[in-house]
Design a protein around this ligand. Structure first.
Ligand SMILES: [Zn+2]
Length: 351
């Protein structure tokens, strides 16, 4: 029975090649392989250097595969995006031009397969490799996007395509609840935004407000009880709006003894944006909300360094931090260069 279902499924997936041959323009093949560097600190994001229509075309591709596989497009996009962030942090190189899903030789061909470059469907299946054919040529080619998508779809939909099933399938594959959590978050962002174009940023304060900040990375202490100073302090008056710096999802909101009233937002590059010492939150903002760059999330204050509600122990400022996640650990990096860039971009918009 399972065998029959999977056959019906694969014949549908194979139909993809026909569909795609009519919708996929050659522009896909012109894309560079710079996506492995997709990281806003290291290099411009691919969407900013690739042709404008590419993200829309990628979304269309995920939607078509969604129709055929039953897997919601935002989950296909989220897994692909998660893989992109992992490729960047683990310095993995992918072979296919459009998608980002990474397979090692052993994963694709099967760990015990003596031919680690195997493209034969039968022997790959025999050795429990993930390699599949989605292009209809009966070859499992890791450099072919349709083959990679077929393999990815098989992993995602292994035991059903309802959201609960997807999450179990993802946990089986990644063996890491944190990966599943990230993919869920990414899927929620894509579902709300309805687009893959989500790389814009904003400065956390209105550039028209009175504020000052300087590079304080590594200072032995900052304001508000941060021991080793992991962030940038932006000094401004009470009540100056604090705005989201990215498209993202609210991951944490509430009191922290050091950070006071703080909020944490996760973006699609798996970067965590942290805002501390707020005097209050924008009404209605809650965990799992999707936010956009420039959207007000709270106000500058001096909360923190004590029990809930403590404030005024230091001058009002926004403590802003950025944290990167490689799938297992998270570490902070200097937000100052990003802040300067976003500030400049917002200033240019005003002109
Ligand atoms: Zn600080």
């Amino acid at each position: 029975m399972i065998e029959m279902q999977s056959r019906a499924f694969w014949s549908k997936v194979l139909a993809l090649s026909l569909l795609l041959s009519t919708v996929t323009p050659t522009s896909f093949s012109h894309r560079t392989h710079s996506k492995a560097m997709a990281n806003d600190q290291i290099a411009p994001t691919p969407s900013s250097i690739a042709p404008k229509h590419t993200q829309a075309e990628r979304k269309e591709l995920f939607e078509k595969i969604s129709l055929l596989s039953g897997i919601p497009w935002q989950y296909l996009a989220a897994v692909d995006q998660y893989e992109k962030t992992m490729n960047a942090s683990k310095k993995r190189t992918i072979q296919q031009p459009i998608t980002n899903f990474y397979f090692s030789d052993a994963n694709w061909a099967g760990k015990l397969n003596p031919d680690q470059q195997d493209t034969n469907l039968k022997s790959i299946a025999f050795f429990h490799g993930f390699g599949k054919d989605g292009s209809g040529d009966r070859i499992a080619d890791r450099a072919n996007d349709l083959d990679v998508l077929a393999a990815m779809t098989a992993i995602l939909g292994k035991n059903g395509t309802k959201v609960e099933n997807l999450q179990i399938n993802l946990l089986n594959y990644y063996q890491n609840p944190r990966s599943v959590e990230r993919i869920k978050q990414f899927a929620a962002i894509y579902e709300t935004l309805g687009t893959l174009e989500a790389n814009a940023h904003a400065f956390p304060l209105p550039v028209t407000a009175d504020y000052s900040y300087r590079s304080t990375w590594g200072d032995s202490r900052g304001w508000g009880g941060h021991r080793s100073h992991e962030g940038t302090d932006l000094f401004a008056g009470y009540g100056v709006p604090v705005r989201s710096t990215c498209f993202g999802i609210v991951e944490i909101k509430g009191w922290n003894p050091y950070g006071g009233w703080r909020i944490g937002i996760r973006d699609l590059n798996n970067i965590y944006h942290y805002y501390a010492h707020l005097s209050g939150y924008q009404k209605n903002i809650k965990v799992n909300d999707i936010v956009k760059p420039g959207q007000t999330i709270g106000w500058v204050g001096s909360s923190g360094y004590g029990k809930p509600g403590t404030s005024g122990k230091f001058p009002p400022h926004l403590h802003f931090g950025l944290y990167r996640d490689n799938g297992t650990t998270e570490w902070s990096y200097d937000p100052y260069p990003s802040l300067r860039r976003w500030e400049r971009e917002d200033q240019n918009k005003k002109k």
